[in-house]
Design a protein around this ligand. Sequence first.
Ligand code: ZN
Length: 116
Amino acid sequence: MLKENRSTSIPKSTEKHVLYDKVVCGLCHKHYIRKKLRGKYFWQCHTYFYEGKDKCPNKKVPEEVLMKIYKKEHKTLQEIVVLGDGRLQVRLDHKTYNKKWSYRPERKKNGTKTSN
Ligand SMILES: [Zn+2]
């Protein structure tokens, strides 16, 4: 039997991530967009993604780095600006501070197990 699609229901695609509109590129001032890469979410500059790194060489930031800040600061968080030098500028309602971040992607070892 055919069932009618309920067109009045809210489409899922409008759901926004909590960081949507909060992450800004410090080099070109565009918003960062969310991308999935090898099973992990990253945020990447809109310009970098669509126009290439010649236009904006800013780095992509792992979502967990941003979420850590979000979880701590969400009550007063305005924006997180990704500065080009490995720092994030966290803008709160009445305070702004810079935070260094680093991220080491997991590297595959030679597959040797040291223990069983
Ligand atoms: Zn940018």
